[in-house]
Design a protein around this ligand. Structure first.
Ligand SMILES: NC(=O)c1ccc[n+]([C@@H]2O[C@H](COP(=O)([O-])OP(=O)(O)OC[C@H]3O[C@@H](n4cnc5c(N)ncnc54)[C@H](O)[C@@H]3O)[C@@H](O)[C@H]2O)c1
Length: 278
C-alpha cells in the first residue's frame, strides 16, 4: 500500500498542464500532499492563440491541439483523496505570481513544497540566428520565474520553519545544450540559484535542491524527430528515454522528511547520458 508521506503538506507545482509538471503534481498528490497546479494553459479558459504561439511555439501547439490537463490533474488528485486546485499563472509575471500564491494559500493553506518546473524549451537554432527577444524570454520564464515563485513562498516557509524548494533544471545545465544556448544558460543558472538559496535556507529548516532530468518522454519531447530521439536513447547507458514518473518519484522523495538532510544537491535523472562512455 502506498504510504502518504506528504499528508498535511501543501505543494505548488508550476508548468503542470502536461509532461513532467503534471507527473510531479500527481506523484505529490499520490504521496498525500494537497497540490496547486499552475500553468499559462488551463483547459476551457480563453487564450489568444496567436499571441500565445508567438510567445512560445510549444504553448501555441498544445493550446491548439487541446492537450492541456491542468484542471484534469487537480480533479485526479482530489479523486486520490487530497485537496487540489488549478490556477492560470505565468511565472514570468511577478504580480501574477504574488496574486496566485495568495489565492492558493487562501484555499489550501501556506505552501510547504514548491516545485519550479515551468520552462520554455523551443528556442533552437544556430547562435548567429538567435534573437535577443527569445534569450530574454527564456531568462524571464526559466530562471526569473523560479526566482519569483521562490520569493513568493519564502516568507511562509521561514515562518513555519519548514520548506522544500525543488528546481527542475536539466542535463543541459550540466553539460550545455547543442543549439540551445539560452536554455542551457538558464538551466545552469538554476543550479546556482538553488545552491545559493540552500545556504541561506538551512537555518530556517528549508532545503533547496535541483533535479536534472536527461531525455524524458514527455509530450513536448515526443514532438522531436523520431531518428533524433532514437539517437538520444542510444547515448544513454540504459539505452532508453526516461519516463516522467521516474523524475516525479525523485521529486516526491526530495519533498519528504526522508530527504531532510539533502540540500544544495544536484541530482541527475538521466539514464547515464552524462557519463563518459568509451
Ligand atoms: N522532457 C525532457 O526531456 C526534459 C529534460 C530536461 C529538463 N526538462 C525540464 O523539465 C521541465 C518540464 O519539461 P517538459 O518536457 O514537461 O516540458 P513541457 O514544455 O511539456 O512543459 C512545460 C510546462 O510549462 C508551462 N509553461 C511554459 N511557460 C510558462 C510560463 N511562463 N508560466 C507558467 N507555465 C509555463 C507549459 O505550458 C507546460 O505545461 C522543464 O523545466 C524542462 O526544462 C525536461
Amino acid at each position: 500500500m502506498q504510504t502518504k508521506k506528504l499528508r498535511g503538506k501543501v505543494a505548488l507545482v508550476t508548468g503542470a498542464s502536461r509532461g513532467l509538471g503534471r507527473a510531479i503534481a500527481l506523484a505529490l498528490g499520490q504521496a498525500g500532499a494537497d497540490v496547486a497546479l499552475t500553468d499559462i494553459l488551463i483547459e476551457g479558459q480563453e487564450q489568444d492563440l496567436g499571441k500565445l504561439g508567438r510567445y512560445s511555439v510549444l504553448a501555441g501547439h498544445f493550446a491548439q491541439s487541446g492537450e492541456v490537463n491542468t484542471l484534469l490533474g487537480a480533479r485526479e488528485i482530489q479523486f486520490m483523496g487530497s485537496r487540489s486546485c488549478a490556477f492560470k499563472m505565468d511565472v514570468a509575471d511577478l504580480d501574477e505570481v504574488g496574486r496566485v500564491v495568495h489565492m492558493i494559500e487562501t484555499e489550501l493553506g501556506p505552501i510547504d513544497i514548491l516545485v519550479n518546473n515551468a520552462a520554455v524549451m523551443d528556442n533552437l537554432g544556430k547562435f548567429e540566428d538567435q534573437q535577443p527577444e527569445r534569450w530574454q524570454r527564456d531568462l524571464n520564464v526559466n530562471l526569473t520565474g523560479a526566482y519569483h515563485c521562490s520569493k513568493a513562498v519564502w516568507p511562509g516557509m521561514v515562518k513555519k520553519g519548514w520548506g522544500r524548494i525543488i528546481n527542475i533544471s536539466s542535463v543541459a545545465g550540466l553539460m550545455g545544450a547543442s543549439l540551445q544556448p539560452s536554455y542551457g544558460a538558464t538551466k545552469a543558472g538554476l543550479i546556482g540559484l538553488s545552491k545559493s538559496l540552500a545556504i541561506e535556507a538551512g537555518r530556517y529548516g528549508i532545503t533547496v535542491n535541483t533535479v536534472c532530468p536527461g531525455f524524458i518522454a514527455t509530450e513536448a519531447v515526443q514532438l522531436y524527430d523520431e531518428r533524433m530521439t532514437e539517437r538520444i536513447a542510444k547515448r544513454t547507458v540504459l539505452k532508453r528515454m526516461g519516463q516522467p514518473e521516474e523524475v516525479a518519484h525523485v521529486v516526491a522523495f526530495l519533498a519528504s522528511d526522508g530527504a531532510a538532510y539533502i540540500t544544495g544537491a544536484v541530482i541527475p535523472v538521466t539514464g547515464g547520458i552524462d557519463l563518459l562512455t568509451l
